[in-house]
Design a protein around this ligand. Structure first.
Ligand code: BES
Ligand code: MN
Ligand code: MN
Length: 459
């Protein structure tokens, strides 16, 4: 093992310059003008997989963005691991808030700044380098490895579910490994076992059939922006609970054991509030902050608009008002069911003075992954070896919708091994990745394959 870890240490600079190339490709899946760049990222990845010694490299077209696949299957009698990641990234606006341009990677202090550095190009790259360490040192991998990378995660994994079902045999694996989340905190190697799901809705409120002069008509008709604000205000009660009827019905409550283990994690509300620039945290009464983030469903307004938002003042009573509202869901809840409950609720409370339409944009299922699988045990040992510290178990508030599909279709337990940090500005300006975590992540990956191979696994 030592010489592989030596190899990793000697190659830090090369890893960075390769990752820079990958990060320079603006593969924003949400921007139709970036379609060529998304394809370029897929092909860059495929070429890189070939370069490190992976075999059977394929770029599968879909009606959306392609899937990139590769495997190395020569560890006879050993388990097969499927590694998933996504090569698409989030949009970059507001551009002016970036210290250096999002697609010109740059290192400052201990961090690598670029869109996709943490979510998820930098993290998936960790396992490419973990595999490379074996394949370039002439001994092959100790387990069988398959890679599957998609380019649509940030727009809801539109084609992945169908792809997994169709290519069930190709993707067949005993375990799934995903690095697309964050560690609990700096110097806390972490294993994540829970993700929230998502139901994303758009609400459109219509008042008068055209924009009106607010002097001539103000007082005669219900302003749709005001009606929308009233609807939104009614979606939570004074205890921060969501008022949508039936919203909590299917929630699987946190266990006593989980609540106790969350309490043992060092986290101070006051420091958290300070870090975020708020005077006080806010949320559902009766739960701690970590419980609210990891184990309770929420409803958030992502944006609302309508009427006049330009510079200066224009007196107008708008015809329409819009809001994008998403609900984070926890295990037990079903995104489609919750979307229907939401629509029903809004339609029931809307006043007669306006009309409302509700549309579901996308969703994703929440997931719990088993913490007693061989893959989790291997991950635990690998993290411990790389960090010289015992890992912690955690959940996450974010969503990786495909996890449930992997569990159901491939019947393979997933291990979520995040190397990001919660404050690395994923989806925001100045996204970055801590370089110590990046390099330690590669060591973890090397140890992980070895640990997994030594498990008394019965195929
Ligand atoms: N990597 C994130 C998911 C994530 C974020 C996991 C934080 C754990 C902690 C992923 O790329 C993402 O952004 N997912 C979306 C899902 C959506 C587009 C369906 C999310 O969580 O908003
Ligand atoms: Mn991600
Ligand atoms: Mn993301």
């Amino acid at each position: 093992m030592d010489h592989l870890i030596d190899y990793v240490e000697k190659n830090h600079d090369r890893y960075l310059s390769e990752l820079f190339e990958f990060l320079r490709i603006p593969s924003i899946s949400g921007d139709p003008n970036r379609r060529d760049d998304v394809l370029k990222a897929a092909h860059w990845l495929a070429a890189h997989l070939g370069g490190i010694g992976m075999e059977n490299v394929q770029v599968f077209p879909t009606t959306g963005n392609p899937m990139v696949y590769a495997d190395w299957l020569h560890a006879a009698g050993k388990p097969t691991l499927l590694v998933y990641g996504h090569y698409d990234v989030q949009p970059v606006d507001p551009l002016e808030l970036w210290t250096t341009p999002p697609f010109e990677p740059s290192v400052r202090d201990e961090n690598l700044y670029a869109r996709g550095s943490s979510d998820d190009k930098g993290q998936l790259f960790i396992h490419l380098k973990g595999v490379e360490a074996y394949l370039k040192n002439g001994r092959g991998l100790p387990v069988n490895v398959k890679f599957i990378f998609e380019g649509e995660e940030e727009i809801g994994s539109v084609h992945l579910e169908g792809f997994v079902r169709e290519k069930k045999d190709l993707l067949k694996a005993n375990f799934v490994l995903i690095s697309d989340s964050a560690m609990f905190a700096y110097d806390f190697p972490s294993i994540c076992y829970g993700l929230r799901g998502l139901s994303y809705m758009q609400v459109e409120v219509t008042g008068p059939n055209k924009d009106l002069h607010s002097g001539t008509f103000g007082g005669a008709v219900h302003n749709p922006l005001q009606a929308l604000a009233e609807i939104i205000a009614s979606l939570h009660d004074k205890n921060g609970k969501v008022t949508v009827k039936g919203f909590y019905d299917d929630v699987i409550p946190l266990t006593r054991k989980e609540r106790d283990s969350f309490k043992r994690l060092p986290r101070k509300d006051s420091a958290f509030a300070k870090e975020l620039g708020v005077k006080q945290l806010w949320g559902e009464k009766g739960y701690t902050t970590l419980e609210r983030l990891w184990g309770r469903p929420t409803l958030e307004v992502n944006g609302m608009w309508g009427g006049f938002t330009g510079e200066g003042a224009k007196t107008v009573l708008p015809s329409k008002a819009f809001a994008k509202i998403s609900m984070r869901l926890v295990p037990g809840q079903d995104p489609d069911k919750v979307a229907k409950l939401f629509e029903k609720h809004v339609k029931a409370i809307v006043p007669k003075s306006v009309t409302v339409s509700v549309e579901k944009l996308h969703g994703g299922k929440p997931a719990l992954t088993p913490i007693d699988s061989d893959a989790v045990k291997a991950a635990y040992e690998a993290l411990r070896k790389a960090w010289w510290k015992k890992p912690v178990y955690m959940r996450e508030g974010g969503s990786i919708p495909i996890v449930v599909e992997f569990q159901q279709t491939l019947k393979a337990p997933t291990v979520l091994l995040g190397f990001g940090l919660p404050d690395e500005n994923a989806h925001a300006p100045d996204e970055h990745l801590n370089l110590k975590n990046f390099f330690k992540g590669i060591e973890t990956s090397v140890y992980f394959f070895d640990e997994l191979a030594s498990m008394t696994w019965k195929g």
